[in-house]
Ligand binder design. Structure first.
Ligand SMILES: [Zn+2]
Length: 129
């Protein structure tokens, strides 16, 4: 837990340094390319398991198609995507909860097939929570 928390803080620090200079679209926090579509109404953010540190053999960031994620395959896995319009309607507490949730997936170990990935096994809205 401590190691995951430290990695989350590193991502936040790096993002806070880049955001004021470059704004959205640079760094790990990216605007969702599907923002405004019907599909984007079903989530508040998304990212990739271990996306922060996983790379292709040539050292470049993995793309969503490399791991058969359910999109057009072009998204950089070293990103957390937010539908910005919806994001701005959320309370500060909900926004913080969303960011921490996505960061756990993002900095956690391995990719989508790794048994140690930080996955959504349940949530407070499900009976098995
Ligand atoms: Zn999740």
């Amino acid at each position: 837990m401590s190691g995951i928390y430290d990695l989350m803080r590193t991502v936040l620090t790096e993002s806070l340094l880049a955001a004021p200079m470059f704004g959205w679209g640079v760094g790990y926090f990216q605007p969702d390319p599907a923002d405004g579509t019907v599909a984007s109404m079903s989530y508040v953010a998304y990212t990739f398991f271990g996306g922060w540190q996983r790379r292709r053999r040539d050292g470049t960031p993995r793309r969503s198609g490399d791991d058969n994620y359910d999109d057009d395959g072009t998204l950089r896995e070293d990103s957390i995507f937010f539908p910005v319009g919806k994001l701005l309607t959320r309370t500060d507490n909900a926004l913080t909860k969303t960011i921490i949730h996505e960061l756990a997936h993002f900095v956690g170990p391995g990719g989508p097939k790794n048994g140690n990935r930080i996955d959504d096994y349940t949530n407070a809205h499900k009976n098995n929570f």
